[in-house]
Write a protein that binds this ligand. Structure first.
Ligand code: 4NP
Length: 154
């Protein structure tokens, strides 16, 4: 039993965090951690209700990672519902801290702090290779996160 509830957060919730959600869920499932809860959201609401960016979907398809998500903005209840809130970059982390309610119980940090302290850079205005890079980071960070909180039981 892990009782982990993890929320991955970026800005728009259409590029990085839905990919992170899909990859972390897949990596956890392959480790037999079937009870983990994984979700994602954005600090901004501009894309609320939208599906992930086509480039995020095609990158996940290429790597055979199931992905299905509807974008949403972070909300107060996330801070007590989730055990871990993982920000894609420093700006996302600052924005999360800004809206954090006083009763927050979640551990909040940049996802990269489990590995190399590197942010997941915003790929929105770049090309497909940016999305492949985000995928590779999400994969490495999923392993690093699960190693850190559950143990290296692959
Ligand atoms: P994400 O990427 O934060 O990884 O979902 C972005 C998506 C949309 C915008 C910025 C970043 N935007 O400015 O609309």
């Amino acid at each position: 039993m892990s009782d982990l509830k993890v929320l991955i957060v970026c800005l728009g919730n259409i590029c990085r965090s839905p990919m992170g959600e899909a990859v972390l869920r897949d990596v956890a499932r392959k480790r037999g951690l079937s009870d983990i809860v994984v979700d994602s959201c954005g600090t901004a609401a501009y894309h609320a209700g939208e599906e992930p960016d086509d480039r995020t979907i095609s990158t996940c398809k290429k790597h055979k990672i199931p992905i299905e998500h509807s974008a949403r903005q972070i909300q107060a209840s996330d801070f007590t519902h989730f055990t871990h809130i993982l920000a894609a970059d420093e700006s996302n982390l600052r924005n999360i801290e800004r809206v954090k309610p006083k009763n927050s119980t979640a551990q909040i940090c940049m996802w990269g702090s489990y590995l190399d302290n590197k942010p997941i850079a915003d790929p929105y205005y770049g090309g497909m290779n940016g999305f492949e890079h985000v995928y590779q980071q999400c994969l490495a960070l999923s392993d690093a996160f699960l190693d850190g909180v559950v143990g290296n039981n692959r």
